[in-house]
Design a protein around this ligand. Sequence first.
Ligand code: SF4
Length: 257
Amino acid sequence: MKISKKIFLSLSLLSLVILVGGVAVLFWLIVPRLQHLGAWLFYAAAIAAGLFLLVVTGGLFLLFLSALTEKDFLFPHGKKQVTVKVLYPINLILGYLLGIGREKIGESFVAFNNALVRASRKRLDPARILILLPHCLQLADCPHRVTSDIRNCKRCGKCPLAGLAAIADETGVQISVATGGTLARRVIVELKPTSILAVACERDLVSGIHDAYPIPVYGILNQRPHGPCRNTLVDMGQVALGLSVLLGREVKWKQGK
Ligand code: SF4
């Protein structure tokens, strides 16, 4: 499923326009009082407002440019958490006012975040990559307990875990199945990955990207043909693509492996 970063990008640009407009209106409203109190106060407030807008618009401009071009315009350790901690909640409110659903904004945020991960691919450390999976990918009737160890999967091919375990073996990356956010956080603390390829629904991916910061997370949305949280699927082509980004080399996946 192809998801677009455009919704998140457009809402972020709208947030920026509202912010700039808000600061300009506020400044315009207090100008007479500032001039009354003293010319120096007026100039000091004008410089402070100008610097604030320069830093915010400059930072967001570099962020948007990186996401659009997938080239690294962010400084080392660029503050990408601004996307999930500041822009995402603002975009949710704007989306609500404009009638854009939470799910669509979440999906677009994941695409935007993945574009930033691709932009910073030269800075990624491939030492300890972790594939983090939700339990709902396992066939509901499967008797094998894979949450403790995915090697318990017999690779019968009836659910996506067979392919995911195979691609982890081939590429030498760590892989884990978590039954929820708490367990996923514990796995991250124990394995200390340098980057994560996470498969989940849009809601869990957004919170996972937030919780894992500063570890880069490449998110892939699962497919839910049987409804949420049951016998979900994942596009293995997308998994191979995500691993290629994190490993810095091409990973191929042939259907039926
Ligand atoms: S591939 Fe087969 S054995 Fe492995 S988890 Fe899925 S159903 Fe169970």
